[in-house]
Design a protein around this ligand. Structure first.
Ligand code: ZN
Length: 381
Protein backbone atom coordinates (compact mmCIF):
# COMPACT_ATOMS: atom_id res chain seq x y z
CA UNK A 1 0.00 0.00 0.00
CA UNK A 2 1.37 3.50 -0.79
CA UNK A 3 2.21 5.54 2.26
CA UNK A 4 1.12 9.15 2.17
CA UNK A 5 3.61 11.02 4.34
CA UNK A 6 2.36 14.37 5.64
CA UNK A 7 5.10 15.17 8.12
CA UNK A 8 6.18 18.22 6.16
CA UNK A 9 2.60 19.60 6.07
CA UNK A 10 2.34 22.40 8.66
CA UNK A 11 -0.67 22.42 10.99
CA UNK A 12 -2.69 25.62 11.33
CA UNK A 13 -4.48 24.85 14.60
CA UNK A 14 -7.43 27.16 13.98
CA UNK A 15 -9.43 26.17 17.07
CA UNK A 16 -7.62 25.69 20.36
CA UNK A 17 -7.57 26.96 23.93
CA UNK A 18 -4.87 28.39 26.17
CA UNK A 19 -2.40 26.60 28.43
CA UNK A 20 -3.23 26.35 32.14
CA UNK A 21 -1.21 28.42 34.61
CA UNK A 22 -1.10 25.58 37.12
CA UNK A 23 0.11 22.30 35.66
CA UNK A 24 -0.76 18.91 37.24
CA UNK A 25 1.42 17.64 40.09
CA UNK A 26 -0.29 14.31 40.83
CA UNK A 27 -1.53 11.50 38.58
CA UNK A 28 -5.06 12.13 39.89
CA UNK A 29 -4.85 15.71 38.62
CA UNK A 30 -3.12 14.67 35.41
CA UNK A 31 -5.81 12.23 34.31
CA UNK A 32 -8.59 14.83 34.66
CA UNK A 33 -7.31 16.40 31.42
CA UNK A 34 -7.81 13.22 29.42
CA UNK A 35 -11.63 13.40 29.39
CA UNK A 36 -14.24 15.93 28.28
CA UNK A 37 -16.51 14.98 31.17
CA UNK A 38 -16.67 17.52 34.00
CA UNK A 39 -17.80 14.76 36.38
CA UNK A 40 -15.24 14.08 39.13
CA UNK A 41 -16.24 10.41 39.37
CA UNK A 42 -15.66 9.88 35.64
CA UNK A 43 -12.33 11.65 35.92
CA UNK A 44 -11.19 9.74 39.01
CA UNK A 45 -12.56 6.27 38.37
CA UNK A 46 -13.17 5.76 34.69
CA UNK A 47 -10.50 7.72 32.79
CA UNK A 48 -7.76 5.12 33.63
CA UNK A 49 -9.63 2.58 31.49
CA UNK A 50 -10.00 4.70 28.38
CA UNK A 51 -7.94 4.34 25.22
CA UNK A 52 -7.32 8.09 25.40
CA UNK A 53 -5.40 7.63 28.66
CA UNK A 54 -3.82 4.20 28.12
CA UNK A 55 -2.61 4.92 24.60
CA UNK A 56 -1.82 8.53 25.43
CA UNK A 57 0.49 7.55 28.29
CA UNK A 58 2.34 5.01 26.15
CA UNK A 59 2.76 7.51 23.30
CA UNK A 60 3.98 10.20 25.67
CA UNK A 61 6.42 7.79 27.34
CA UNK A 62 7.87 7.03 23.93
CA UNK A 63 8.29 10.71 23.18
CA UNK A 64 9.69 11.64 26.59
CA UNK A 65 11.93 8.55 26.80
CA UNK A 66 10.61 7.25 30.13
CA UNK A 67 8.77 4.21 31.47
CA UNK A 68 5.21 3.86 30.13
CA UNK A 69 3.58 4.58 33.49
CA UNK A 70 1.54 7.65 34.42
CA UNK A 71 3.95 8.44 37.27
CA UNK A 72 7.01 8.34 35.02
CA UNK A 73 5.35 10.38 32.27
CA UNK A 74 4.18 13.02 34.74
CA UNK A 75 7.65 13.25 36.32
CA UNK A 76 9.35 13.47 32.92
CA UNK A 77 7.07 16.25 31.64
CA UNK A 78 7.31 18.19 34.89
CA UNK A 79 11.11 18.06 34.72
CA UNK A 80 10.92 20.30 31.63
CA UNK A 81 9.89 23.98 32.02
CA UNK A 82 6.42 24.51 30.52
CA UNK A 83 7.40 26.85 27.65
CA UNK A 84 10.17 24.48 26.61
CA UNK A 85 7.92 21.41 26.78
CA UNK A 86 5.22 23.20 24.79
CA UNK A 87 7.54 24.54 22.09
CA UNK A 88 9.25 21.17 21.72
CA UNK A 89 5.97 19.31 21.37
CA UNK A 90 4.60 21.79 18.84
CA UNK A 91 7.84 21.70 16.82
CA UNK A 92 7.74 17.89 16.87
CA UNK A 93 4.31 18.00 15.25
CA UNK A 94 5.05 20.83 12.83
CA UNK A 95 2.44 23.16 14.30
CA UNK A 96 2.69 26.52 12.52
CA UNK A 97 0.03 28.65 14.22
CA UNK A 98 -2.57 28.62 16.99
CA UNK A 99 -5.92 30.40 16.93
CA UNK A 100 -7.00 30.70 20.55
CA UNK A 101 -10.56 30.85 21.85
CA UNK A 102 -9.53 32.55 25.09
CA UNK A 103 -13.03 32.68 26.58
CA UNK A 104 -12.85 29.16 27.99
CA UNK A 105 -11.42 28.97 31.53
CA UNK A 106 -9.95 32.46 31.15
CA UNK A 107 -9.02 32.96 34.81
CA UNK A 108 -7.13 29.65 35.02
CA UNK A 109 -5.21 30.10 31.79
CA UNK A 110 -2.36 32.17 30.41
CA UNK A 111 -3.63 35.14 28.41
CA UNK A 112 -3.03 35.38 24.68
CA UNK A 113 -0.43 38.10 25.34
CA UNK A 114 1.42 35.86 27.82
CA UNK A 115 1.31 32.93 25.40
CA UNK A 116 2.78 35.10 22.66
CA UNK A 117 5.71 35.76 24.96
CA UNK A 118 6.16 32.05 25.75
CA UNK A 119 5.55 30.27 22.47
CA UNK A 120 7.50 30.10 19.24
CA UNK A 121 4.56 30.23 16.83
CA UNK A 122 2.12 32.94 15.75
CA UNK A 123 -1.00 33.14 17.90
CA UNK A 124 -4.30 34.60 16.74
CA UNK A 125 -7.44 35.04 18.81
CA UNK A 126 -11.18 34.52 18.40
CA UNK A 127 -13.94 36.65 19.91
CA UNK A 128 -16.38 34.51 21.90
CA UNK A 129 -19.73 36.23 21.36
CA UNK A 130 -21.78 35.00 24.32
CA UNK A 131 -19.06 35.86 26.84
CA UNK A 132 -18.51 39.22 25.24
CA UNK A 133 -22.28 39.93 25.36
CA UNK A 134 -22.85 38.84 28.93
CA UNK A 135 -20.05 41.07 30.23
CA UNK A 136 -21.58 44.00 28.34
CA UNK A 137 -25.03 43.29 29.81
CA UNK A 138 -23.54 43.53 33.30
CA UNK A 139 -21.85 46.84 32.39
CA UNK A 140 -24.68 48.66 30.57
CA UNK A 141 -27.96 49.92 32.00
CA UNK A 142 -30.26 49.88 28.97
CA UNK A 143 -30.80 47.64 25.98
CA UNK A 144 -29.87 50.46 23.62
CA UNK A 145 -26.53 51.10 25.36
CA UNK A 146 -25.77 47.39 25.53
CA UNK A 147 -26.66 46.82 21.88
CA UNK A 148 -24.51 49.74 20.73
CA UNK A 149 -21.49 48.41 22.62
CA UNK A 150 -22.06 44.88 21.32
CA UNK A 151 -22.38 45.97 17.69
CA UNK A 152 -19.32 48.23 18.00
CA UNK A 153 -17.31 45.38 19.53
CA UNK A 154 -18.25 42.90 16.81
CA UNK A 155 -17.74 45.46 14.05
CA UNK A 156 -14.31 46.19 15.52
CA UNK A 157 -13.38 42.55 16.11
CA UNK A 158 -10.73 42.55 13.39
CA UNK A 159 -9.40 45.94 14.50
CA UNK A 160 -9.06 44.61 18.07
CA UNK A 161 -6.94 41.74 16.78
CA UNK A 162 -9.43 38.90 16.27
CA UNK A 163 -9.17 36.60 13.27
CA UNK A 164 -12.77 35.45 13.63
CA UNK A 165 -15.82 35.11 15.84
CA UNK A 166 -16.88 32.14 17.95
CA UNK A 167 -20.35 31.21 19.21
CA UNK A 168 -21.22 28.71 21.91
CA UNK A 169 -24.97 29.14 21.41
CA UNK A 170 -25.22 25.33 21.11
CA UNK A 171 -24.30 25.20 24.80
CA UNK A 172 -26.72 27.90 25.80
CA UNK A 173 -29.96 27.61 23.83
CA UNK A 174 -29.25 25.34 20.87
CA UNK A 175 -28.48 25.67 17.17
CA UNK A 176 -32.07 26.15 15.93
CA UNK A 177 -31.38 29.89 15.74
CA UNK A 178 -34.50 31.92 14.86
CA UNK A 179 -34.90 35.40 13.41
CA UNK A 180 -36.07 37.55 16.32
CA UNK A 181 -37.27 41.15 16.09
CA UNK A 182 -35.48 43.94 17.93
CA UNK A 183 -38.66 44.53 20.00
CA UNK A 184 -38.70 40.90 21.17
CA UNK A 185 -35.00 41.10 22.04
CA UNK A 186 -35.60 44.31 23.97
CA UNK A 187 -38.41 42.66 25.96
CA UNK A 188 -36.19 39.67 26.73
CA UNK A 189 -33.40 41.99 27.92
CA UNK A 190 -35.34 43.26 30.99
CA UNK A 191 -35.43 40.09 33.12
CA UNK A 192 -31.91 39.12 32.00
CA UNK A 193 -30.56 42.51 33.07
CA UNK A 194 -32.41 42.27 36.42
CA UNK A 195 -30.77 38.93 37.07
CA UNK A 196 -27.34 40.31 36.12
CA UNK A 197 -27.84 43.22 38.54
CA UNK A 198 -28.90 40.88 41.36
CA UNK A 199 -25.98 38.49 40.89
CA UNK A 200 -23.30 40.87 39.65
CA UNK A 201 -22.52 38.43 36.83
CA UNK A 202 -24.40 36.59 34.13
CA UNK A 203 -24.50 33.33 32.24
CA UNK A 204 -26.47 34.39 29.16
CA UNK A 205 -28.99 31.64 28.37
CA UNK A 206 -32.13 33.41 27.15
CA UNK A 207 -33.04 31.98 23.76
CA UNK A 208 -34.61 35.13 22.32
CA UNK A 209 -31.60 37.25 23.25
CA UNK A 210 -29.01 34.64 22.24
CA UNK A 211 -30.65 34.18 18.83
CA UNK A 212 -30.93 37.93 18.27
CA UNK A 213 -27.28 38.54 19.16
CA UNK A 214 -25.91 35.78 16.95
CA UNK A 215 -27.96 37.05 13.99
CA UNK A 216 -26.71 40.62 14.58
CA UNK A 217 -23.14 39.28 14.62
CA UNK A 218 -23.77 37.33 11.41
CA UNK A 219 -25.05 40.47 9.67
CA UNK A 220 -21.81 42.23 10.56
CA UNK A 221 -19.69 39.19 9.66
CA UNK A 222 -21.46 39.03 6.30
CA UNK A 223 -20.48 42.62 5.46
CA UNK A 224 -16.86 41.94 6.48
CA UNK A 225 -16.61 38.32 5.21
CA UNK A 226 -15.48 37.51 8.75
CA UNK A 227 -15.38 33.77 9.64
CA UNK A 228 -17.43 32.50 12.58
CA UNK A 229 -16.91 29.27 14.47
CA UNK A 230 -19.91 27.51 16.00
CA UNK A 231 -19.59 24.86 18.63
CA UNK A 232 -21.55 21.86 17.28
CA UNK A 233 -21.94 18.31 18.57
CA UNK A 234 -20.34 17.04 21.73
CA UNK A 235 -18.58 18.91 24.45
CA UNK A 236 -19.09 18.48 28.15
CA UNK A 237 -22.44 17.68 29.78
CA UNK A 238 -23.43 21.34 29.58
CA UNK A 239 -24.46 20.75 25.99
CA UNK A 240 -27.83 19.26 25.05
CA UNK A 241 -26.63 17.08 22.18
CA UNK A 242 -30.01 16.97 20.44
CA UNK A 243 -30.00 20.75 20.03
CA UNK A 244 -26.31 20.73 19.05
CA UNK A 245 -26.97 18.86 15.80
CA UNK A 246 -25.91 21.27 13.02
CA UNK A 247 -28.92 20.23 10.92
CA UNK A 248 -30.78 22.62 13.26
CA UNK A 249 -29.06 25.49 11.45
CA UNK A 250 -31.08 24.99 8.27
CA UNK A 251 -33.19 28.16 8.63
CA UNK A 252 -30.04 30.24 8.95
CA UNK A 253 -28.24 28.60 6.05
CA UNK A 254 -31.28 28.58 3.77
CA UNK A 255 -32.06 32.25 4.42
CA UNK A 256 -29.36 33.30 1.96
CA UNK A 257 -28.61 36.28 4.22
CA UNK A 258 -25.16 35.15 5.30
CA UNK A 259 -23.65 33.72 2.15
CA UNK A 260 -20.45 35.74 2.61
CA UNK A 261 -19.81 34.41 6.14
CA UNK A 262 -17.54 31.38 6.32
CA UNK A 263 -19.35 29.13 8.85
CA UNK A 264 -16.75 26.90 10.50
CA UNK A 265 -18.75 24.26 12.35
CA UNK A 266 -16.60 22.73 15.06
CA UNK A 267 -15.86 19.40 16.73
CA UNK A 268 -16.87 17.21 13.78
CA UNK A 269 -20.35 17.85 15.25
CA UNK A 270 -19.61 14.45 16.79
CA UNK A 271 -21.55 12.14 16.74
CA UNK A 272 -23.20 13.98 13.83
CA UNK A 273 -20.05 13.90 11.70
CA UNK A 274 -21.92 12.70 8.61
CA UNK A 275 -24.58 15.38 9.04
CA UNK A 276 -21.92 18.07 9.20
CA UNK A 277 -20.03 16.57 6.26
CA UNK A 278 -23.29 16.71 4.33
CA UNK A 279 -23.84 20.40 5.17
CA UNK A 280 -20.28 21.23 4.11
CA UNK A 281 -20.88 19.39 0.83
CA UNK A 282 -24.16 21.28 0.18
CA UNK A 283 -23.49 24.89 1.23
CA UNK A 284 -20.54 26.80 -0.30
CA UNK A 285 -19.86 28.75 2.91
CA UNK A 286 -20.04 25.85 5.41
CA UNK A 287 -16.77 24.28 6.56
CA UNK A 288 -16.27 21.22 8.71
CA UNK A 289 -13.77 21.26 11.55
CA UNK A 290 -12.70 17.80 12.77
CA UNK A 291 -11.39 18.69 16.24
CA UNK A 292 -12.31 17.25 19.61
CA UNK A 293 -13.35 14.02 17.91
CA UNK A 294 -9.58 14.24 17.36
CA UNK A 295 -8.07 13.21 19.77
CA UNK A 296 -10.92 11.95 21.98
CA UNK A 297 -12.40 9.25 19.73
CA UNK A 298 -8.86 7.81 19.42
CA UNK A 299 -8.94 4.63 17.34
CA UNK A 300 -12.17 5.72 15.63
CA UNK A 301 -10.56 8.80 14.05
CA UNK A 302 -9.71 7.06 10.74
CA UNK A 303 -13.22 5.67 10.38
CA UNK A 304 -14.73 9.13 10.90
CA UNK A 305 -12.41 10.58 8.24
CA UNK A 306 -13.56 7.93 5.76
CA UNK A 307 -17.19 8.82 6.50
CA UNK A 308 -16.53 12.47 5.69
CA UNK A 309 -14.17 12.19 2.74
CA UNK A 310 -16.56 9.99 0.78
CA UNK A 311 -18.80 12.99 0.16
CA UNK A 312 -17.22 16.24 1.31
CA UNK A 313 -14.70 18.25 -0.77
CA UNK A 314 -11.21 18.24 0.76
CA UNK A 315 -11.22 22.03 0.60
CA UNK A 316 -14.10 22.06 3.13
CA UNK A 317 -12.48 20.01 5.90
CA UNK A 318 -10.26 21.71 8.49
CA UNK A 319 -8.10 19.98 11.07
CA UNK A 320 -7.71 21.54 14.52
CA UNK A 321 -6.95 20.16 17.98
CA UNK A 322 -9.43 22.00 20.22
CA UNK A 323 -6.77 21.17 22.79
CA UNK A 324 -6.48 22.96 26.12
CA UNK A 325 -4.43 23.39 29.27
CA UNK A 326 -1.57 20.92 28.68
CA UNK A 327 0.89 20.80 25.75
CA UNK A 328 0.48 17.03 25.51
CA UNK A 329 -3.22 17.25 24.62
CA UNK A 330 -2.16 19.31 21.59
CA UNK A 331 0.66 16.86 20.85
CA UNK A 332 -1.61 13.82 20.98
CA UNK A 333 -4.26 15.49 18.82
CA UNK A 334 -1.68 16.61 16.25
CA UNK A 335 0.02 13.21 16.20
CA UNK A 336 -3.17 11.15 15.95
CA UNK A 337 -4.83 13.57 13.54
CA UNK A 338 -1.93 13.54 11.12
CA UNK A 339 -1.37 9.77 11.42
CA UNK A 340 -5.07 9.07 10.76
CA UNK A 341 -5.02 11.39 7.76
CA UNK A 342 -1.97 9.59 6.35
CA UNK A 343 -3.61 6.20 6.90
CA UNK A 344 -6.98 7.15 5.42
CA UNK A 345 -5.50 8.92 2.39
CA UNK A 346 -3.20 5.94 1.78
CA UNK A 347 -6.26 3.66 1.80
CA UNK A 348 -8.09 5.95 -0.59
CA UNK A 349 -5.10 5.86 -2.96
CA UNK A 350 -4.98 2.09 -2.57
CA UNK A 351 -8.64 1.92 -3.60
CA UNK A 352 -7.69 3.69 -6.82
CA UNK A 353 -9.70 6.83 -6.02
CA UNK A 354 -6.84 9.34 -5.78
CA UNK A 355 -3.28 9.56 -7.08
CA UNK A 356 -0.48 9.91 -4.54
CA UNK A 357 -0.09 13.54 -5.57
CA UNK A 358 -3.82 14.26 -5.13
CA UNK A 359 -3.82 12.58 -1.73
CA UNK A 360 -0.80 14.56 -0.53
CA UNK A 361 -2.45 17.77 -1.66
CA UNK A 362 -5.68 16.84 0.17
CA UNK A 363 -3.70 16.15 3.34
CA UNK A 364 -1.97 19.51 3.20
CA UNK A 365 -5.29 21.26 2.61
CA UNK A 366 -6.92 19.65 5.65
CA UNK A 367 -3.97 20.24 8.01
CA UNK A 368 -3.35 23.86 7.17
CA UNK A 369 -3.97 25.26 3.70
CA UNK A 370 -7.76 25.44 4.13
CA UNK A 371 -7.47 27.35 7.40
CA UNK A 372 -5.00 29.78 5.82
CA UNK A 373 -7.48 30.50 3.05
CA UNK A 374 -10.73 30.56 5.08
CA UNK A 375 -9.35 32.93 7.76
CA UNK A 376 -7.13 34.91 5.42
CA UNK A 377 -4.12 33.86 7.49
CA UNK A 378 -1.13 34.34 5.27
CA UNK A 379 1.77 34.71 7.63
CA UNK A 380 4.40 32.04 7.11
CA UNK A 381 5.93 30.56 10.24
ZN1 ZN B 1 -13.05 24.49 21.85
Amino acid sequence: MPHIDLYDAPIIDHHAHALARVQPQTVAEYQTYFSESPDPVIKAKFVPDTIMWLWGIRELAGYLGCDPTPEAVLAARNAIPLPELANRMWRDQNSAALFIDYGFGAALNYSVEELRGMLAQPIEKLLRLEWFAQDLIVQHATFRQFEEAYVAGVEGARASGHIGLKSIIAYRTGLDIQFVSREEAMRAFGPVKDQADREGKLRLADKTLCDYLVVRALEIANRQALPIQFHTGFGDTDVDLLRANPLNMRALLQSGRFNDVPFVLLHSAYPYARELGYLAAMYPNVYMDISLAIPFITTEIPRMMHEIFGLTPFTKVLYSSDAFSLPEIFWLANRWGRAALEKVLSEIVDAGALTVEQARRAGRQVLGDNARRVYGFDRTP
